[in-house]
Design a protein. Sequence first.
Length: 54
Amino acid sequence: MFETTQDFLKDLWGFLKERQKFFLLPLIGTLLLLGLLIVFAQTSVLAPFIYTLF
């Protein structure tokens, strides 16, 4: 399907551009940041400090 992350991002950008769905960009960005925070919190020494934020 997608050989690399770059191919996926190009396809996603093409979809958003063609269908004029630019309002989805903040949602996608927020989900990515939340996912990175969860991954970072599970593998980090800083996990207790991140969990106090929530």
